[in-house]
Design a protein around this ligand. Structure first.
Ligand code: GAL
Length: 821
C-alpha cells in the first residue's frame, strides 16, 4: 500500500470514529440515528468572560439544555479591515471547545449580520466606508466582505474539527438573520441576495444543516425557523424541514426605558405548547444575557446590562424560579423524547380552548393537556382521569395518566438577590478620589482637528467606530455690519447624535440629547457672538449605532445638519447656514487618546487630589479600591453619576448612564402570567435609574489594589460610588402537596426560617401570611431542623411530615416558606 492510500485510510478512521451525522425530516432532528428534541439556550461569548464560560455552560447543562447557541460578532473579530482579533473574551474557538468539553452541542449563528442589540448589528463600521458598498443586497463589495468573513469563521471551525461532521459539537449553522422581516424595501434584489446567501452557505461544505430565521422564502436546503414570544403556530416552508424555534425571548432588553420581565409560567407554557404542536428544537434567547462591555451595546441607547431576565442572570447567578422551573420542564420533555419524535399524533379538541395531544408509540403513549383560556381554570376529565389545569397552562402526562408537570404550578424557589456591602479588609467607608478635567482647550478655543471636510459628515464616516465622540469645529467671521448681527442671536443645530454639547468661543452654550425613539432633535440657544472670529465647537456623542431595521446601516449619526446662526431683528429672522462650510474634525477625546483609563497611563502624575469637583461636565475621576472578599459576583454602584464610561484596572465595564430615569407606564398590579406576553406587559423600575449597578467581572480584579476610572460626560458626583457583591438574600417557595421542596442559598448557609406554613398560605415572597387552614405540626420548627445551617435542603410536602390539615377539599395545599440566607 502506498503512503497516500495509508493516510487516506487513517483519515477515514479518524473522521468516521468521531463524526456525527446530523440529518432531519419534518418530524425531528436526527443525530447519529437518534431522533431528538433539542433544548437550547443562547449565551454570547463576548457578553461574559473566558473565566465565566465553564460555570455558565455547566449551569446550562444542569438546567437540562442540550445545545448552546451563539452569534458570531464580526465587528469584534475584524475591528479593522483584515486585522483580526480572537483573543480573550473574543476567543470563539475556545468558547466552542468549552461547550464541547461539557458534552453539549452548538448552534453557530454566523450571520454575519446578527442584530442582537449589538453595535451596528455586528457589522464593522469600516464596512460602511468602503466605496460603492450597499449592505444586505446584491452588491459585490458587500457580498465579497460577507463571504470573506463567513469563510474565515467556517475555516477556523473546520481547522479545529468542531463541526459535528468532523466529530465536533457544532450541529447547525445560521446564515443572515431575520432578513425576511425587513426584506420588502430591498425589492427583487433582496430575493436575489437571499438566493446568494443560501448558495454561498452551501458552498462552505460544513457537513451540517444551515438555517435561516424568519425567512419564509428560504431556499432549500436552508431550514427556515421562527423567532418570537410564541412559535407553536409556525410551520416551516418545506414539509421536510423540522419545526425549529431559534429565539424564544425569555424577557427583553432595555434601551434606557423600563425593565421588561417575562414570567416563567408563561415561558414554560410557550415551550410546552411548541412541543405539543410538533416542535423539535427550541432555543431560549437569552439563557444568559450578560453584559455589553466596552462600547459593544447596540443602538441607539441599548444599556450596558443585557440581563434579559434570562434563567441565568447577568452575573452568572441562577435566576429562580426561572431556571429551576424550566429545568423540570426539560427533564419531562426529554423523558418523552421517543413518543414526541416517533409516536403517532392525535389531537383532540376538548372545547372551550382546551386541547389534548397524544403521542403514541407501540410501547408508550404520552399526553399534553393545554388550557388556552386566559382566565378560567379547568377541570378536565381525560381518558377516565380528572386533572386540574390552570388557565394558560399545559400539563404533561408522560403516561397519559399522571401529571408530571404543569407549566403554571411552580415548585421551584424564588431567590431574592441582594447587593451586600464590600467586606474586604481596610476598605474605607467612602472612596478617595482624584480627578482631572478633560482637556478641551485645543478644540473649544482653537478648533484643532485631525482633518477637515466641506459639509457635515456622518459620524460613522468621520469617526468610524474608534470613539463615541466626534468634534465638529468651525471658525466663523462675523461683522457688526452683517445683516444678521443683533443682540438676539442664537445657534441652532440639527442633531441625531445622539447627544450634543455646544461650545462657542470656549464657553459651553448648552447640551441636548435625544429622547428614546426620536433621535433627530433640534438644539437652539441664545449665544454671545463677538465681532471678528468666533470658534464653534460641537461635541457629538453616540450611544451605540443602530442595529435593526431595513437599511439601518445608512441612518446618519452625529450632527446631520443644518447648523445655523440666527438673528432676530423685530419680526425679521435672518439665518446664516454654516452647514456647507469647511468644518474641521477631531475623533475622540484627549483623555481617551492618552489612555487615562489605564492605571499606569503616561499622564498618571497629572491627577489632582483636592477640591473634588461635582456636576462638572467632561471630568475624569480615579480611585483605588479593595476587591470584595470571596468569589461572589461584584457590582459597582454608580448612583449619583451622569453619563460616561467606566474602567476597572484599564478594562471597560461599559457605558454608564444612571441619570437616565425610566419613564412612567409601569404595571402597578402584580404581574399576571396569563394571556399573551409582549415586552410592554410586565414592566417595572419606572422612576428609577435605568441602570444603577454595573457588573465588574471577578477576572478584572486583582487581589490587592484595584483602580476605577470614570469618564463623566454630563457632570455627576462620585461620592456614593461603592462596590458590592450580588448574592441570594432570601429564598421563598410555595411547593404543592406531594412535591419535593428544595431550597438553596446557592453556596451559602440558610440562616433562619422567617415563615413556614403547610396549608393555604396567602401572599407572595416577603409578604406570606397564614391562610384559612394549616397542618397540625409546627412547620417553622420542622424546617429549622432540616434546613438551618445547611446550604440547601429538601423535604417532601406531605401531611405525614407537616400534620393533618383542616383544609376543605377545594383547597390545593401548598407549603409556603421564606428562608433567610
Ligand atoms: C431578534 C434578533 C435578535 C435580537 C432580538 C431581540 O429580532 O434576531 O438578534 O435582536 O430580536 O433581542
Amino acid at each position: 500500500m502506498d503512503l497516500l492510500f495509508l493516510s487516506f485510510l487513517f483519515f477515514l478512521l479518524v473522521s468516521s470514529s468521531s463524526a456525527a451525522v446530523v440529518s432531519y425530516d419534518g418530524r425531528a432532528i436526527t443525530i447519529d440515528g437518534e431522533h431528538r428534541i433539542l433544548l437550547s439556550g443562547s449565551i454570547h461569548y463576548p457578553r461574559s468572560t473566558v473565566e465565566m464560560w465553564p460555570d455558565l455552560i455547566k449551569k446550562s447543562k444542569e438546567g437540562g439544555l442540550d445545545v448552546i447557541d451563539t452569534y458570531v460578532f464580526w465587528n469584534i473579530h475584524e475591528p479593522r479591515r483584515r486585522q483580526y482579533d480572537f483573543t480573550g473574551n473574543n476567543d470563539l474557538i475556545r468558547f466552542l471547545k468549552t461547550i464541547q468539553d461539557q458534552g453539549l452541542y452548538v448552534v453557530l449563528r454566523i450571520g454575519p449580520y446578527v442584530c442582537a442589540e449589538w453595535n451596528y448589528g455586528g457589522f464593522p463600521v469600516w464596512l460602511h466606508n468602503l466605496p460603492g458598498i450597499e449592505f444586505r443586497t446584491v452588491n459585490d463589495v458587500f457580498m465579497d466582505e460577507m463571504k470573506n468573513f463567513t469563510t474565515l469563521i467556517v475555516d477556523m471551525v473546520k481547522q479545529e474539527n468542531l463541526f459535528a461532521s468532523q466529530g465536533g459539537p457544532v450541529i447547525i449553522a445560521q446564515i443572515e438573520n431575520e432578513y425576511g422581516n425587513v426584506m420588502s424595501p430591498y425589492g427583487d434584489a433582496g430575493k436575489a441576495y437571499i438566493e446568494w446567501c443560501a448558495n454561498m452557505a452551501v458552498s462552505q461544505n460544513i457537513g451540517v444543516p444551515w438555517i435561516m430565521c424568519q425567512q419564509s422564502d428560504a431556499p432549500q436546503p436552508m431550514i427556515n425557523t421562527c423567532n418570537g414570544w410564541y412559535c407553536d403556530q409556525f410551520t416551516p416552508n418545506n414539509p421536510n424541514s423540522p419545526k425549529m424555534w431559534t429565539e424564544n425571548w425569555t424577557g427583553w432588553f432595555s434601551w434606557g426605558g423600563k425593565d421588561p420581565l417575562r414570567t416563567v409560567e408563561d415561558l414554560a407554557y410557550a415551550v410546552a405548547r411548541f412541543f405539543q404542536n410538533g416542535g423539535t428544537f427550541q432555543n431560549y434567547y437569552m439563557y444568559h444575557g450578560g453584559t455589553n462591555f466596552g462600547r459593544t451595546a447596540g443602538g441607539p441607547y441599548i444599556i450596558t446590562s443585557y440581563d434579559y431576565d434570562a434563567p441565568i442572570d447577568e452575573f452568572g447567578n441562577l435566576k429562580q424560579p426561572k431556571w429551576g422551573h424550566l429545568k423540570e420542564l426539560h427533564a419531562v420533555l426529554h423523558s418523552i423524547e421517543k413518543p414526541l419524535t416517533e409516536g403517532n399524533i392525535t389531537n383532540i379538541d376538548l372545547g372551550n380552548s382546551l386541547a389534548a395531544t397524544i403521542f403514541a408509540t407501540p410501547e408508550v403513549s404520552s399526553c399534553f393537556l393545554a388550557n388556552n383560556n386566559k382566565s378560567s381554570d379547568a377541570t378536565v376529565t381525560f381518558q377516565g382521569n380528572t386533572f386540574k389545569v390552570p388557565a394558560w397552562s399545559v400539563s404533561i402526562l408522560p403516561d397519559c395518566k399522571t401529571e408530571a408537570y404543569n407549566t403554571a404550578k411552580v415548585n421551584t424557589q424564588t431567590s431574592v438577590m441582594v447587593n451586600k456591602p464590600n467586606q474586604s479588609e481596610d476598605q474605607p467607608a467612602s472612596l478617595n478620589w482624584k480627578w482631572r478635567p478633560e482637556k478641551i482647550d485645543d478644540t473649544v478655543h482653537h478648533g484643532k482637528g485631525q482633518m477637515s471636510a466641506r459639509g457635515l459628515l456622518d459620524q460613522k464616516a468621520a469617526a468610524s467606530d474608534e470613539s463615541d465622540y466626534l468634534w465638529y469645529m468651525l471658525r466663523v467671521n462675523l461683522k457688526k455690519k452683517d445683516p444678521i448681527w443683533c443682540e438676539n442671536m442664537t445657534i441652532r443645530v440639527n442633531g441625531s447624535g445622539h447627544i450634543l454639547h455646544t461650545f462657542v468661543n470656549g464657553e459651553h452654550v448648552g447640551s441636548q440629547w435625544a429622547k428614546y425613539g426620536v433621535f433627530n432633535f433640534v438644539f437652539e440657544k441664545n449665544t454671545k457672538f463677538k465681532p471678528g472670529k468666533n470658534q464653534i465647537a460641537l461635541l457629538s456623542a453616540t450611544v451605540g449605532y443602530q442595529n435593526y431595521g431595513p437599511m439601518f446601516d445608512t441612518i446618519r449619526s452625529g450632527v446631520v445638519g443644518s447648523v445655523e446662526i440666527i438673528g432676530r431683528i423685530g419680526d425679521e429672522t435672518i439665518t446664516k447656514d454654516l452647514s456647507g462650510h469647511k468644518w474641521s474634525y477631531k475623533v475622540g477625546l484627549h483623555g481617551y487618546d492618552h489612555k487615562l483609563f489605564e492605571p499606569d497611563s503616561a499622564l498618571a502624575s497629572k491627577w489632582k487630589s483636592g477640591d473634588l469637583p461635582t456636576n462638572k461636565m467632561v471630568t475624569w475621576y480615579k480611585t483605588t479600591f479593595k476587591a470584595p472578599l470571596g468569589s461572589d459576583p461584584v457590582v459597582v454602584d454608580l448612583l449619583g453619576l451622569g453619563k460616561g464610561e467606566a474602567w476597572v484596572n484599564g478594562r471597560s465595564i461599559g457605558r454608564y448612564w444612571p441619570s437616565y430615569i425610566a419613564e412612567d407606564g409601569c404595571s402597578t398590579d402584580a404581574c399576571d402570567y396569563r394571556g399573551p406576553y409582549d415586552n410592554n406587559k410586565c414592566v417595572f423600575n419606572c422612576g428609577n435609574p435605568t441602570q444603577r449597578w454595573y457588573h465588574v467581572p471577578r477576572s478584572f480584579l486583582e487581589d490587592d489594589e484595584n483602580t476605577l476610572v470614570l469618564f463623566e460626560e454630563f457632570g455627576g458626583n462620585p461620592f456614593l460610588v461603592n462596590f458590592r457583591t450580588t448574592v441570594v438574600g432570601t429564598v421563598c417557595a410555595n411547593a404543592y402537596e406531594k412535591s419535593t421542596l428544595n431550597i438553596s442559598c446557592q453556596g451559602r448557609p440558610i440562616s433562619a426560617i422567617k415563615f413556614a406554613s403547610f396549608g393555604a398560605a396567602e401572599g407572595t415572597c416577603g409578604s406570606f401570611e397564614k391562610g384559612v387552614c394549616e397542618g397540625s405540626k409546627d412547620a417553622v420548627s420542622i424546617l429549622e431542623e432540616f434546613c438551618v445551617g445547611a446550604e440547601c435542603c429538601s423535604i417532601e410536602v406531605t401531611e405525614d411530615i407537616f400534620g393533618k390539615t383542616n383544609c376543605d377539599s377545594s383547597v390545593t395545599k401548598r407549603l409556603a416558606v421564606e428562608a433567610v440566607c
